[in-house]
Design a binder for this molecule. Sequence first.
Ligand SMILES: Nc1ncnc2c1ncn2[C@@H]1O[C@H](COP(=O)(O)OP(=O)(O)OP(=O)(O)O)[C@@H](O)[C@H]1O
Ligand SMILES: [Mg+2]
Length: 505
Amino acid sequence: MAIKINTATFNGMDGVKISVEVDISQGLPSFSIVGLADTSIKESKDRVRAAIINSGFEFPIKKITVNLAPADVRKIGSSFDLPIAVGILLATGQINEEGIDNYLFAGELSLLGELKKVSGILTIVMGGFDNGIKNFVIPYENKAEASIVSNANTYPLKNLIEVIGFLKYKDLLPYSKEKIQLKEEVYLDFKDVVGQESTKRAIEVAAAGNHNIFLYGSPGCGKTLLASRIPSILPPLTYEEALEVTKIYSISREYKMLEGLIYKRPFRKPHHSCTKISLIGGGIKLHPGEISLAHHGVLYLDEMLEFNKNNLEVLRQPLEDRKIILSRSSGTVEYPASIMLVGSSNPCKCGYYGHEVKTCTCTEYERRQYQGKLSGPLLDRIDLFSAVPSVPFDKLKGTEGEQSKIIKERVIKAREIQNERFKNEDIFSNGEMNENHVRKYCKLEKEAEKTLIKLYEIHNLSMRAYSRVLKVALTLADLSNNEKIKKEHVIEAVQYRKFINNKVI
Ligand SMILES: Nc1ncnc2c1ncn2[C@@H]1O[C@H](COP(=O)(O)OP(=O)(O)OP(=O)(O)O)[C@@H](O)[C@H]1O
Ligand SMILES: [Mg+2]
């Protein structure tokens, strides 16, 4: 007789319900798994067999066929071990099947029958819950993550014997979530940065409007120091944002044990030698890349001009669309990628172009080639440029700078204005506006309009630069709580278009 057990898998960010059908018939002893299962699932045969025997049950010496339905959904990972084992024990009558359809099983088995944690459990439970399943038997170590789905009854168990005991006696209450104490996050603070007021201001504007920003300056001037303090002034995640971020981390390659929802805005800092796949995602298992792991947070590319040019170019499309679609022979998935891009770099190969004292030893050709890595379309996606000067020696012992928490308050206020402004749109911040939004929301005072026309002509701005200036000017207006953009906002916003070569672009 064939038995059906519920489980689920994930395809991109979506949970998909899967039925594990187990059929045991007379014939030459064999054990086969069919239904678009990848190699990690084929390996589960050996684990399941050993786990069943080592837990004191009998493994049938018959013809065992396991079908994972629907067959057209790609299935990966080791979470199918538990449903397959339960299916075999049911099909051989070692446990009874009463009410088994109300449960979803997921978990990896060790050879000794212990239940091991699996990745993507949040997505798996959500996938089952959306399909009407209320009860979930999962590995003990996944309990915090699974219990994020608050209406689901989760039963975190430690081994196969516990699972079977539970199915027999139904003697456990569902896991009730402990009240998770939100930890006070400790961030690097802007107060440690001496001087650099103009760059701090640019960073504050970028954080307030979710704008992409690029910092440039000579070695040791404090670019990395400044950029790594950005998380300390970002507003906390909303519940919806936190759920999306947690789902991405739950299915990602660097999956760790999640302690419930992630409320901290991600800050990702990939090394410049990273591959295209680690940056945008993909690989055999179509894992999310850094750009998705930074979703709703910051992707910081330190030494941005040292990145492979092709790797930088692939960021263009996701920066525009705020999501990335990965297509491989193994399937197509879509991951969100709404990020604030922060780049920093030396202005040239030797690092001293434009330095107050030292002279640059690069040739004009070398300089152009170096800066050329950031050419055209990618530059167009950066709203603010900020030169980081080196701090004069006499200032190094200066007083403490402004504390991050004070800057953060201003950022949060500006974001609240934006949340209100875009409540009927599908965006949240000024940085995400498209041309239509710019036309609709960027209202200028008369004086400001005149100034903008003048500056547009003086600097020969492109149309793209023009709308970037308007977006940043709107954030500046939000920061000073003005409804309309004023003249000083336009002037400041144009200042942020000054690129390494001192040209306003
Ligand atoms: N404004 C500043 N206030 C306090 N410390 C500073 C400041 N600027 C630089 N420093 C000190 O100098 C060190 C080097 O700074 P940082 O690593 O940020 O430089 P960088 O601009 O990233 O250099 P590189 O181009 O070589 O990567 C910091 O660790 C810090 O101790
Ligand atoms: Mg640095």
